[in-house]
Design a protein around this ligand. Structure first.
Ligand code: GLN
Ligand code: ZN
Length: 783
């Protein structure tokens, strides 16, 4: 058994370099007789990956076995804790698939009869996990046949396979209970289940087992006593695991933040290694943040006992590592104890390999700045050789080359646009301020002439097959740009007509031309690069291709004015301009790490500010700037949140404060866990903010009111995440509740979110209900 790991990665993607698993899954879901195919594809992917990692020089290979959807969901299946409602779903006896596979998919996706489990974002990433559904009486029963079989296969093939499990603290901290009980009361039970599992993994030949405990990079709990209790119980649990593991070594892995608390909590009990993220908080991206730590100050709690698997290669962003700098960090740590090399997080969050990315064929410079999954693995292997003084031929040159590439990115004209930099240097506080809301409101009420409780939508209307086909045809060259344009204009006309017929007050053009709200703008801005095959899993079989924000962002020309003008030409009603805000434009991209995020956000903000100017010149009276991702980027630790909120709010205000009093600025956010962000919504100073509210019965409005919120607000009265058309009475009630919380003058009426994933049938029916509810409420307000 190897007592030390020299080179590894913290985790691996599962979807396949060409999205093979996605395709096999979707085929299986359509027709479950194809189980054999799904099993074969998944096995091939796991084997191929193991071979690639081994050949690249890793001496320990993380394996999640054949994971078909999500690791949290796998953990629920492993612990026998899939939701009770799926228990009766029959095992189809699918050849070669785990016996629980159909129950697992039913939990993840729902069935015709059963609702799906909740899905939510994995820490501050754009990956979504399936939320465990537990209750006080949940019993955990190991269902480890699939895991053991997969591990056995890998060991037989000669892979140094290291099973990766979600640690008990993280699993429970991210779980929800259906009965309001505290999920963490199950902590000891899960440790016991894992203690039974470990000898079985050891029997199958696992020299190492990894437990992911990223929850240990958060505040764990805001209450100090509860935090101390949880940490003590976690320590006691791992102590049991160490003794149950026998000769098998345990690795505790944290990521997305400082790993020191994990080391501190779990030192002195025989944990063989700690995998830690040495990238987050240490790149220049947060240099203005006081969390930036020097090499000498890393991991103060590490006494040299237990190995550190130093995550010096960024697992969630696509920049090439400065190998010289990484080597300095590794050497500084190695003076204090045993050190191996790893990634800062699982490679789940980055595309597979630069080799297949054809969009870079003609851009050698940009390509030289990047490292995707396979390239990161090579970096890890090289750093490990260099650290141990076992360099291969060419390694020294590669270190120098990587260092030079990083320097060239910092000095390139493409990342440093002199004219833009002059402009950002001249930004003043005044550029982030509009006149007081009272004053704006008065002007806007006159200018817009809207009825009380105005009705509107969030922007997109159903993305029909025809719309998608038109886009595909344009891409393939089957449509000329003129033909495509004509298709979009017809669509916009149709959407405007339908909104007029429904009697909505403020109309939208429907966003038919937008594949994705970030991608659409990134394709038109300098400083972004759109990829063609750089897919990453978002959830289940869903993948996204985040654009690469590599350089200074500028707007060569107006981006949306033509569509707006077209839409406005079809109606006398007001059409809203529709833009994506700076934070969201960063959150759903791979963002440059050579300057603070706030500086990048300000550049995007200036492009949006100019776009708003152009829209207003073209006649727009209302412009909406969506910030769907504002909550997502909120730092995991409270101490780091004020800094984030300052730059994120600042960039939104820079984008929108060029507007005169008469221009009404809307913004939209699609989540309801606002409590910590109530003050932030007010700080954004948007004239109208639409938010999700229907699923929690307007609670958020009461919180807004209590905080003295005076701006206008549009609580979503139709939950668009479900195809169900609400009853008239339900929406009437939502509005009545809303009116109880805030004065009519402050209230707008709209759905929860954009309608692009909905069909026309339910959209039309639900909007009719919405408009009728607003009319009734209006009558009662006027009376
Ligand atoms: N305007 C966008 C739409 O309606 C907003 C989407 C979102 O909030 N995610 O699609
Ligand atoms: Zn939304």
């Amino acid at each position: 058994m190897n007592a030390q790991i020299n080179a590894t990665v913290a985790g691996v993607p599962r979807i396949g370099p060409k999205r093979e698993l996605k395709k096999a899954l979707e085929t299986y879901w359509k027709d479950d007789s194809t189980g054999r195919n799904l099993a074969t594809v998944a096995t091939q992917l796991v084997n191929q990956q193991a071979d690639n990692l081994t050949e690249a020089g890793l001496d320990s290979v993380p394996t999640i076995g054949r994971s078909f959807y999500d690791s949290m969901l796998d953990t629920s299946a492993l612990l026998g804790a899939l939701p009770a409602r799926v228990a009766d779903i029959e095992d189809h006896g699918n050849d070669g698939l785990p016996a629980f596979i159909d129950r697992l998919f039913a939990a993840a996706r729902g069935t015709a009869e059963l609702p799906a489990s909740a899905m939510t974002k994995w820490f501050d990433t754009n990956y979504h996990y399936i939320v465990p559904e537990l209750a006080a009486d949940t019993e955990f029963r190991l269902d480890d046949a699939a895991l053991l079989a997969d591990l056995g296969d890998q060991v037989t093939r000669g892979t140094a396979a290291r099973p990766v499990l979600i640690g008990p603290l993280t699993y429970l901290a991210l779980a929800r209970t259906t009965d309001g009980s505290d999920a963490l009361t199950h902590l000891e039970e899960i440790f016991e289940a894992y203690a039974r599992l470990l000898p079985r993994l050891a029997d199958r030949g696992a020299a190492w087992v990894q437990f992911d405990e990223p929850y240990l990079v958060t505040d764990v709990d805001n209450d100090d006593a509860r935090k101390a209790d949880l940490l003590a119980r976690t320590r006691a649990g791992y102590e049991k695991l160490v003794s149950a593991a026998g000769d098998t070594n345990l690795l505790v892995q944290t990521y997305f933040g400082d790993g020191d608390l994990a080391v501190k909590t779990l030192s002195g009990i025989g944990i063989a290694a700690f995998g830690v993220d040495l990238v987050t908080g240490r790149t220049d991206e947060r240099q203005a943040d006081d969390t930036n730590v020097a090499d000498a100050d890393l991991l103060p709690s590490w006494s040299g006992e237990g190995e550190i698997l130093a995550g010096v290669v960024d697992g969630r962003n696509i920049w090439r590592t400065d190998l010289a700098r990484a080597l300095d960090t590794l050497k500084a740590l190695a003076k204090r104890g045993p050190v191996g090399v790893s990634t800062s997080s699982s490679l789940l969050h980055v595309p597979y390999s630069l080799a297949q990315e054809t969009s870079l064929d003609n851009d050698a410079e940009l390509r030289s700045w990047l490292a995707f999954g396979a390239e990161k693995v090579a970096e890890v292997a090289l750093l490990s050789r260099a650290l141990r003084g076992e360099e291969s031929e060419g390694d020294d040159a590669a270190v120098a080359e990587a260092h030079a590439a990083v320097a060239s990115r910092k000095n390139s004209e493409r990342t440093r646009n002199a004219a833009l930099r002059e402009r950002t240097a001249a930004i003043t506080e005044a550029d982030r301020h509009r006149n007081p809301f009272d004053q704006r409101r008065e002007v806007q009420e006159k200018e817009l002439g809207l009825p009380p409780l105005p009705t509107t939508t969030i922007g997109s209307f159903p993305q029909t097959t025809e719309i998608r086909q038109a886009r595909a045809k344009l891409r393939k060259g089957d449509f000329t740009p003129e033909q495509y344009r004509e298709a979009m204009v017809n669509e916009i006309k149709d959407v405007i007509d339908r909104q007029e017929a429904l009697g909505l007050d403020v109309l939208v053009h429907g966003e038919p031309e937008r594949n994705d709200m970030v991608q659409y703008f990134s394709e038109q801005l300098e400083g972004y690069h759109s990829t063609d095959l750089a897919w990453v899993q978002s959830y289940g079989s869903r993948c996204v291709r985040p654009p690469i924000l590599f350089g200074d962002v500028t707007r060569p020309k107006a981006m949306t004015v033509e569509w707006f003008t077209t839409a406005q030409s079809f109606t006398d009603k007001i059409v809203k301009g529709m833009l994506t805000g700076p934070v969201t434009m960063l959150a759903w991209a791979f963002v440059r790490d050579d300057q603070p995020l706030g500086e990048t956000a300000d550049q995007v903000a200036l492009a949006l500010r100019d776009e708003i100017d152009d829209l207003v010149d073209a006649g727009a009276k209302i412009v909406q700037v969506d910030e769907a991702a504002l909550r997502e980027l909120l730092p995991l630790r409270r101490a780091q949140q004020p800094y984030y909120l300052e730059w994120s709010v600042g960039s939104f205000r820079l984008a929108t404060s060029g507007a005169e009093d008469a221009t009404q600025i809307h913004t939209h956010m699609c989540y309801s866990e606002f409590n910590e962000l109530i003050g932030t919504i007010a700080d954004l100073d948007g004239d109208v903010t639409s938010i999700e509210a229907s699923r929690n019965g307007m609670q958020v409005l009461h919180a807004l009111k209590d905080s003295g919120f005076e701006l206008a607000v549009g609580p979503g009265v139709w939950d668009i995440h479900s195809p169900r058309v609400p009853e008239q009475g339900e929406v009437d009630k939502q509005l009545a509740d809303a009116l109880e919380a805030v004065p009519a003058r402050q209230l707008w009426v709209n759905p929860d979110c954009g309608l692009k994933t909905r069909g026309w049938e339910e959209t039309t029916a639900a909007l009719k209900v919405l408009v009728a509810a607003a009319e009734k409420a209006r009558a009662s307000v006027n009376a």
